[in-house]
Design a protein around this ligand. Structure first.
Ligand code: NAP
Length: 273
């Protein structure tokens, strides 16, 4: 029996056991995937337990994505650039760390709006936290000519832009209006949108009519930002698909089967939101 896990603190809210459990059942695997509460103090002991061979690997979520990085024997170059690990794979060479938020973000847009990045000249990322790091690298790797990185704390955006490099223009959220007219993609990576919160001043009317607006917040599924964008006739992509797609590479590495993100899986998870 192959065993995998997701660790976090808190972890009860995680939808990952439902996602992986659905795939395990679908493929008839002798496998399990469980949520395990691990506090920051308990992380080194848990990693020692993983090294003992009980698990084939697992997922790592808030607040351990940075701390676990230092405990891996090998970190994938992409995860190294993003400076966070959300997926662990136990291999004969030791504990290997990956970041699949990158693939999750791209996989969601590729499946929902195929060709979305063709000719995309400017994207605006709102936020400069952990998720923004992965998305910034993803957009850079897709060859977006100009990535505007706007954060409440503009200094954090400046630091992240300098660290990641590439065609990144950092600033504060108040700089949005200056960049909006040429923007083909807006990505919200801040926690605004949860609990009904909305951006105080973000005029979506300034965007081209062909712009895409995507939110990585998925509770609620339709955030106020997405609702406003839809009302204006803009294309929108919600954040649930990112959560589903980021789970694919880990499942494949642990269990040797590449699972599909199907409409049925989406409905199953959506029903729990
Ligand atoms: P994080 O590292 O804590 O970053 C939070 C970001 O939100 C920062 O840029 C922060 O700005 C900004 N922010 C928070 N409150 C704000 C406010 N009132 N006004 C303006 N900006 C505000 O968090 P994270 O890990 O990047 O996650 C961010 C969100 O994405 C969470 O809601 C998380 O659940 C979601 N997420 C979804 C997925 C998915 O698969 N769909 C994956 C990862 C994360 P400052 O720097 O100025 O504080």
């Amino acid at each position: 029996m192959k065993k995998a896990f997701v660790i976090g603190h808190p972890i009860q809210h995680s939808r990952s056991p439902l996602i992986h459990g659905t795939w395990i059942a679908e493929h008839g695997l002798a496998a399990s995937y469980e949520a395990i509460e691990v506090t920051p103090d308990g992380l080194p002991a848990f990693v020692t337990r993983v090294r003992g061979g009980e698990f084939v690997g697992g997922n790592v979520t808030i607040p351990h994505k940075q701390a676990v990085f230092a405990l891996c024997d090998e970190v994938d170059p992409l995860a190294r650039t993003i400076a966070a690990v959300n997926t662990l794979v136990v291999s004969p060479a030791g504990l290997r760390g990956f970041n699949t938020d990158y693939m999750g973000f791209l996989g969601n847009l590729d499946q929902t709006l195929p060709g979305w990045s063709n000719g995309l000249r400017r994207a605006v990322i709102l936020g400069a936290g952990g998720a923004a790091r992965a998305i910034l690298v993803a957009l850079r790797e897709r060859g977006v000519a100009e990535i505007v990185l706007l954060n409440r704390n503009a200094e954090k955006a400046v630091a992240l832009a300098a660290e990641i490099g590439g065609p990144v223009i950092p600033g504060g959220l108040e700089d949005y209006a200056r960049h909006a007219s040429e923007t083909g993609l807006v990505v919200n990576t801040t926690s605004i949108g949860m609990h009904g919160s909305r951006f105080a001043a973000l005029d979506l009317g300034l965007l081209p009519r062909t712009a895409i607006v995507t939110d990585i917040v998925y509770v609620p599924l339709v955030t106020p930002l997405l609702a406003d964008a839809s009302a204006r006739g803009l294309l929108t992509v919600d954040g649930l698909g990112m959560l589903l797609h980021q789970a694919v590479p880990g499942f494949e590495a642990w269990f040797g089967v590449r699972p599909e993100v199907t409409p049925e899986l989406r409905r199953t998870v959506e029903a729990t939101l």
